[in-house]
Design a protein around this ligand. Sequence first.
Ligand code: PHE
Length: 345
Amino acid sequence: MSAEIFDKVRQLGKDIQESAPKSMEELEQFRIKYLGSKNVLKSLFGEIRNIANEQKKEFGQLVNSVKQSAEQKFSSLKNELESAAEDAAAQDLDLSMPGEPLQLGSRHPIAVTMNRIIKIFERIGFVVADDREIEDDWHNFTAMNTPEDHPARDMQDTFYLLNSTEMLLRTHTSSVQSRVMVNAQPPIRIIAPGRVYRNETISARSHCQFHQVEGLYVDENVSFADLKQTLLYFAREMFGPEAKIRLRPSYFPFTEPSAEVDVYLGTATEKDYRLTKGTGWLEILGCGMVDPAVLENCGIDSSKYSGFAFGMGIERQALRLYDIGDIRLFFENDVRFLKQFASAL
Ligand code: PHE
C-alpha cells in the first residue's frame, strides 16, 4: 500500500517536470492542478494516515519536495512564456510607422499680444525693462507724484501685503518708470510689460489682475508731438495702416498734460460694435508728458530734460485680436481655451 503511494507521488513529480504549457491558458491549468486551492498534492497529504508510522516523515518530505518543484517549475515557465511574448511583440514592431504625435504647448494669447506690442516699440529703439510685481509704496505712488490722500491709494483699489502699509502689489507698470529713472540718466527709452493688480470686482470686462505695457521716453526736448507721433505709429502697426487715433484730455498725477487715447476700429463688424459700445472708438491707453515733479523725485534735472510716458492695457487688445468675449477666460487656464492658440507666436 505505502509503496504504491510513494510511486504515485514520484510519478506526479515526473509529470510536473515534464509539463510544457505552451500558452498562458495552459500555464493557468498547470497552476490550478498543482498549486491551486484543490491541488492534487493536497489530497496526497491526506493519505499520510495510511502510511506506516516509520515512513510518515519520509513521505511528508517527498510530498513537500514535489510541491516545491511545482512552485519552481511554475515560476520558470511563467518567465519563459512572458519573455517569449515580449519577443513576439518586438518582432511585430514596425519601425517605419510614424511616432505618437507630440502635444505641443502653445503661447497664451496675452503673451502673444504683449510680444507683438514689444516688437513694435523695439523697432523704434525702445528697450524692455522688467521689474518686480511686489512693489513699495514709494515707487508705485510717492515717486509718481501721487499724494498720500489720492484715492488710488485707497485700500479698496490697492492690494497691500498683509500687515503692511508699505508693500503692495503694483497697481500699474508706471512703478517701473521710477525704478528705471532712479538708476539711469537720460536718454531713457524703455517699455515695461507686465502684470498689475487692482482690487476690482471680477466680471467679463474687468479683473483684479491684468497686464499693461508702459512706455517712457526722457531726453532733451521731448515734446507732446513726439508722443502723438509715437502713438500713431503704434496704432498703425497694431491695428493696420488706416488706423486713426484720438487724444482726449485726462488727468494722471504723474503726467501733465495728460490724455487718454482711443483707436478707431469702426463698427462694421459685430465684434467691433460690441467692443466699442457702438462708438467705433476703443480706449487703449493713458499718456502724457512726464510731470517735472516725477523727474525731480527720481533725480533727473527737469530744467534740462523732458519726457513722455504712456501705459496701455493688454487684455482689451487681446480680446479684439482673438475675438474673445470674456476677460476671465485669460486667467482660467482651461486647456480647451488655450489649445486654440497653438499656432500663435
Ligand atoms: N498708469 C496709468 C494707468 O494705469 C496709465 C499711464 C501711464 C498714464 C503712463 C500716463 C502715463 O491707468
